[in-house]
Design a protein around this ligand. Structure first.
Ligand code: PMP
Length: 355
C-alpha cells in the first residue's frame, strides 16, 4: 500500500449518533468528510479530512450547468470482531474511473482513494452501526468546479467522500415488489452515458418512476432505448431471471451499468455450478416463459438492497405474478450468502472483503 498522507481537521462539535431502526436512507451524515482538489497544473492535490459541513462553490461552477459529475455507492460493515469490513471496494473505484473516463473527468488513483477512505472510516468507526442489517453507506463523488459557462470539460474538480449510516433495507424481512415495464422513457441509450454513474442518468428516470408510482408500482423496468424490446435494468439495479432452472441476466452493453452485486452473483452462481448466462433477453421471451410456467424467479441486484425480488411485473396489458409473489429460494440464498460475507458471518472464500 502506498503512503497516503493527508491533513486531518477534527470536528470539535460531534453530533449524536442516531438510534432506533427508522433511519431514512441518506439523510444523516457523520462528523467528517474527505475532500481533494484537482487542477490541470497540479493534478489531484490537498487530500484532507475535515468536519462535515456545506461547501462553497461559484454559481458559475460547471457542475451546476452541464452536470459534469460522477458518484459511487458502497457500504462498510462491522464484523463480529469489531473490525471495519468493506465489500470489493476496488470494484467501485475501478468503476468510478470508468465513469470518470466517460465524463471527461481525470482519473484518480484507486489505491490512494482506498487508503484515504480507510483513514476516514477509522475516524468515524463509532458511526458504523453493528446491528443486523445496518451499515455505513459510503458516497464518493466528483464535481466540476471551474467557474465557466463554456460547454467544455472543467479545468478543476473536487472529489469528496461522505458517509451516512443506513438502516436495514428490509426491516420486516425481504419482500417482493411490483414493477412496471417502462414503454416510453429511456434510462440510457447506445452511445450514451448509461455505463457511467453520473447524476443525469438518475434524474432522467424520475418521470418514469413517478408514472410507475402513480399506478401503484415500486419501480420501473428499463428496456433498451433503440428497440424498446430487450430488458436492461430495474430501477437502479441490475436484473436476473430464473427460467426453467437457468439464470439469465442481460449481457453488458454500453447502456447498462455494471453492478458489483451483479458481478458477485454471477461469480457465486458459477462457483456453485448453477447455470448462469449473460445474454439479451426480450420482454416477448420473458412473457412466453411466464406463460409456459417456466419463469421461476426474478430479482434486482444492487448495493442498497443486495437483492430485491420481483413479485409482480406489468408490461403493456399483461401482469405476471412471479413465484406466487413469494421470495424465491435462490433469491433468498443469494441474499443470505452475500450479506453473510459482507458482515463476516460467512467465510470469505472469494477474498471479497477488506478490513
Ligand atoms: N444499475 C444502476 C443504474 C445503478 O445505479 C446501480 C447501483 N450502483 C446498479 C445497477 C447496481 O450496482 P451495484 O451492485 O454496484 O450497487
Amino acid at each position: 500500500m502506498i503512503e497516503a498522507k493527508l491533513d486531518i481537521v477534527e470536528n470539535q462539535n460531534k453530533k449524536p449518533k442516531p438510534e432506533g431502526d427508522d433511519l431514512p436512507f441518506g439523510q444523516v451524515f457523520t462528523d467528517h468528510m474527505f475532500t481533494m482538489e484537482y487542477t490541470r497544473e497540479k493534478g489531484w492535490f490537498q487530500p484532507q479530512i475535515v468536519p462535515y459541513e456545506p461547501i462553497t462553490l461559484d454559481p458559475a461552477a460547471m457542475i451546476f450547468h452541464y452536470g459534469q459529475s460522477v458518484f459511487e455507492g458502497l457500504k462498510a460493515y462491522l464484523n463480529s470482531e469489531g473490525d471495519i469490513q468493506l465489500f470489493r471496494p476496488e470494484e467501485n473505484l475501478k468503476r468510478m474511473n470508468r465513469s470518470n473516463g466517460r465524463m471527461s473527468i481525470p482519473p484518480i488513483s484507486e489505491e490512494l482513494v482506498i487508503n484515504y477512505l480507510k483513514q476516514l472510516l477509522l475516524l468515524e468507526k463509532e458511526w458504523i452501526p453493528n446491528e443486523e442489517g445496518r451499515s455505513l453507506y459510503i458516497r464518493p463523488f466528483v464535481i466540476a468546479t471551474e467557474a465557466n459557462l463554456a460547454v467544455a470539460p472543467s479545468q478543476s474538480y473536487k472529489f469528496m467522500i461522505i458517509l451516512s449510516p443506513v438502516g436495514s433495507y428490509y426491516p420486516e424481512g425481504i419482500h417482493p415488489v411490483s414493477i412496471q415495464v417502462e414503454e416510453h422513457f429511456t434510462r440510457a441509450v447506445r452511445g450514451g452515458t448509461g455505463t457511467a454513474k453520473t447524476g443525469g442518468n438518475y434524474c432522467g428516470g424520475y418521470k418514469a418512476q413517478e408514472k410507475a408510482a402513480d399506478r401503484g408500482h415500486a419501480q420501473v423496468m428499463w428496456l433498451d432505448g433503440v428497440h424498446k424490446k430487450y430488458i436492461e435494468e430495474v430501477g437502479s439495479m441490475n436484473v436476473f431471471f430464473k427460467i426453467n432452472g437457468q439464470i439469465i441476466t442481460p449481457e453488458l452493453n454500453d447502456s447498462i451499468l455494471e453492478g458489483v452485486t451483479r458481478k458477485s452473483i454471477i461469480e457465486l452462481l458459477k462457483h456453485w455450478n448453477i447455470d448462469v448466462i449473460e445474454r439479451k433477453i426480450s420482454m416477448e421471451e420473458l412473457l412466453q416463459a411466464y406463460e409456459d410456467g417456466q419463469l421461476e424467479e426474478a430479482f434486482g441486484a444492487g448495493t442498497a438492497a443486495v437483492v430485491s425480488p420481483i413479485g409482480e411485473l406489468s408490461w403493456q396489458d399483461e401482469t405476471m405474478i412471479i413465484n406466487g409473489r413469494q421470495t424465491g429460494d435462490l433469491t433468498k440464498f443469494l441474499y443470505n450468502t452475500i450479506t453473510g460475507i459482507q458482515t463476516g458471518k460467512l467465510p470469505d472464500t472469494f477474498n471479497w472483503t477488506e478490513t
